[in-house]
Design a protein around this ligand. Structure first.
Ligand code: GLA
Length: 390
């Protein structure tokens, strides 16, 4: 793969001298959904699929970018001193946004570079292909321009690029999982404090399966921002009487005691999801520590129901996949993962049941929805990094 990418780089940019290879994974969140902008916990892991990049410094100020996934767009070129989000630059606005964020932070990126990207994460599937490109760019910049930034700083700059350059109001989960991921582990991150611990994922006789609804996501960003706003409104109502800075500070009991303070009835449900999902995440990680994978799976199922009924971010495609999964033998748990409104489910399935799972869920999904879902048995990999040993 790397050989092919280097050959691709040579073909596109001429000569491979001095080019280095980098990788940033995609991510899947096991539990803790729509909690990261509510000061709650998340429990994602990095995947072994992701974004590869081959890059080399230039002597002038030009940045020249090419993606094997968007060949028809050719080389996208801009001056490192002129960083604007322009529609025609399409995917290249992500790396551009990261250069912008590094400069905002005061890092000295004053020269150009050229880079070829190739991603094997299914596009728009909610496995964070954009955050993966962002972190791949961050490791390139750090390496080529000798930037003194640790991974957490790069994670924050990836999020800054997404929030302020791209204009998506996301939390920090995706960039964090992609930057800080560790092979065989998920990360329990407290998004309020950025304290985190790694938890070993030992499923013994089971595997993680991602199922892609293949639904086109259209309105996802505006709905995402609407959910954020509803949670913020609920928080404000609560703050009228209690001293909290985020919904994640409440447990279930406290929520039930004070939920009457939330004026809008829909917002009560949004906030209830944020609070209960955060508590579920903490409980799920405890269950995992005790090797109680059944409880972990049950909490995944509960998470889906809450995202379906209270948070309303699932939709018929994700509900169909999850509900079909729950009916299959050997399924420990299944839920939507990521922002929702399309994208993927994540399921934990016993090894001997995987083939039947894919066949049965796949067939029934197509019958009901009218098009196919895709299935991936995935592995948990390391975070963003330079691949060459040199
Ligand atoms: C998207 C965002 C994340 C997070 C999830 C929902 O992936 O980028 O920050 O909010 O949705 O959990």
């Amino acid at each position: 793969m790397i050989k092919e990418l280097k050959a691709g780089f040579e073909k596109v940019f001429g000569g491979g001298e001095g080019a280095r290879t980098y990788f940033a994974p995609g991510r899947v969140n096991l539990i803790g959904e729509h909690t990261d902008y509510n000061g709650g916990h998340v429990f994602p892991c990095a995947l072994t699929i992701g974004t590869y990049a081959v890059a080399r410094k230039r002597e002038d100020k030009l940045v020249r970018l090419y993606s094997e996934n968007f060949k028809e767009l050719g080389i996208i070129e801009f001056d490192v001193e002129e960083l604007k989000n322009v529609k025609e630059h399409d995917w290249a606005n992500y790396p551009k946004g990261v250069i912008w964020a590094f400069k905002q932070e005061g890092f000295n990126i004053d020269g150009g570079f050229e880079a070829l990207f190739f991603g094997n994460i299914p596009n728009g599937a909610g496995l964070s292909s954009s955050a993966s490109i962002e972190l791949a760019t961050a490791v390139i910049l750090k390496d080529i321009f000798n930037v003194e930034a640790d991974m957490i700083k790069m994670v924050q700059l990836g999020k800054l690029a997404e929030n302020k350059f791209i204009g998506v109001n996301c939390g920090i989960m995706d960039q964090f999982a992609i930057g800080m991921g560790k092979e065989g582990h998920a990360v329990l991150l407290d998004t309020n404090t950025l304290k985190f611990t790694y938890a070993k994922i030992e499923l013994k006789n089971a595997a993680i399966i991602i199922a892609n609804t293949n639904k086109r996501r259209g309105l996802a960003d505006s709905k995402y921002n609407e959910r954020r706003a509803q949670c913020e409104e609920a928080l404000k109502d609560l703050q009228g009487e209690i001293n909290i800075s985020a919904l994640g500070e409440l447990n279930e009991e406290a929520f039930e005691k004070y939920s009457h303070l939330i004026k809008d009835r829909i917002n009560v449900r949004r906030a209830r999801h944020a609070v209960y999902e955060n508590q579920r995440t903490i409980k799920a990680v405890k269950a995992l520590e005790q090797n109680d994978i059944e409880t972990f799976g049950q909490l995944m199922n509960d998470s889906h129901e809450s995202l379906r009924d209270d948070y309303e971010v699932t939709g018929i495609e994700l509900d169909t996949l999850a509900e079909l999964a729950w009916q299959q033998p050997g399924v420990i748990g299944s839920r939507m993962t990521g922002a929702g409104f399309g994208g993927c489910t994540v399921s934990i399935v016993k090894n001997e049941s995987i083939d039947g799972f894919i066949e049965n869920v796949g067939r029934a999904y197509e019958e009901k929805i009218g098009y196919k879902a895709d299935f991936y048995v995935v592995n948990i990999g390391d975070g963003a990094r330079k691949l060459d040993l040199l």
